[in-house]
Design a protein around this ligand. Structure first.
Ligand SMILES: Cc1ncc(COP(=O)(O)O)c(C=O)c1O
Length: 297
């Protein structure tokens, strides 16, 4: 029998929604630190399944036949999977600097992949041209507030319910930013409900550093204008890799580089012995970054 309780599902969207909440795991890298394991999402094995699902559902209401998006990776995989499920065409622009696994996975799911430029910013003019002149639907994860809503309505609520149920006295949340969708969605939820009782900390790649999946937040980021972020912490790629290694060697979990960046920020802020609970958002896992990680092992 089909049932959420026994994890039997009839399609991949039911699977995604039916597996929420994603796990909250206590880590052995500090006194009271927990990780939200977003690689338990089934399509892209990343936090971007949530954004993609919300964006995609909105696009379906507009009778979309051909989607276009610029993405450095995980969003492209999740949208490719949803396009396959709904039989919609998808053209995806991926920076040529993205980890090599990403375009392969998108092509496997049947998407048209165009690798160009060195960041999603370089690709947006190409995407805009296709949507203006080609009639493609641009989902626009960087400006579409549905991205923030996805995390306000799911990720943030899950964290609150999980902490309440487990008796975790939540003090702060540390998250990275690409679009800033999850950082802002989570921040908005907790600031509205708990004000400054909960500290929200954003993590930036340090000036000149490249950490896959994340960017330095800039004042023109539309989402960041929606809410107060208490602090921003700079992290280098090397520090993020140390974070990945630390969690691997102390907790036995293989996390991605942006997740490693949250660990680095946690350590930089001197929170290891803090008694108040910290939740780190781990957007994805290490398996897709083995090329990038190979020189550090
Ligand atoms: C691995 C990884 N970490 C962090 C992020 C940042 O998430 P957001 O776009 O919600 O800011 C992304 C976004 O694609 C990502 O792929």
């Amino acid at each position: 029998m089909v049932s959420k309780e026994f994890h039997v599902f009839t399609n991949a969207i039911e699977l995604m929604e039916g597996m929420w909440p994603t796990p909250l795991l206590k880590l052995n890298i500090g006194n009271n630190v927990w990780a939200k394991l977003e690689f338990y999402n089934p399509l892209s094995q990343s936090i971007k399944d949530r954004t993609a699902l919300f964006l995609f559902k909105e696009a379906l209401k507009r009778k979309t036949e051909h989607l276009v998006e610029a993405t450095s990776g995980n969003t492209g995989i999740a949208l490719s999977a949803l396009s396959a499920i709904y039989n919609v065409k998808f053209t995806v622009f991926v920076p040529s600097t993205a980890p090599s696994a990403f375009p392969v996975l998108m092509k496997l799911l049947g998407s048209e992949v165009i690798s160009a430029g060195s960041s999603t910013n370089d690709l947006l003019p190409l995407v805009k041209r296709l949507s203006s002149f080609g009639g493609y639907t641009h989902l626009d994860q960087f400006n579409n507030e549905v991205n923030v809503l996805a995390h306000y309505e799911t990720t943030a609520k899950e964290i609150e319910e999980q902490c309440n149920n487990a008796g975790i006295n939540l003090r702060r949340i540390i998250a990275t930013a690409g679009t800033a969708g999850h950082l802002v969605g989570i921040a908005k939820y907790f600031k509205e409900k708990r004000g400054d009782q909960i500290e929200i900390i954003g993590v930036n790649p340090a000036e000149g550093e490249r950490i896959p999946g994340i960017k330095r937040v800039t004042p023109d980021n539309k989402f960041l204008k929606m809410v107060k972020i208490d602090r921003l912490v700079d992290v280098t790629l090397k520090e993020a890799v140390e974070g990945v290694k630390d969690v691997a060697r102390k907790s036995g979990i293989l996390i991605g580089l942006s997740a490693g960046a949250t660990v680095a920020a946690f350590k930089k802020l001197g929170l290891i012995d803090d008694t108040g609970a910290t939740v780190l958002i781990f957007p994805d896992d290490a398996f897709r970054y083995t090329n990038e990680l190979s020189q550090y092992v």
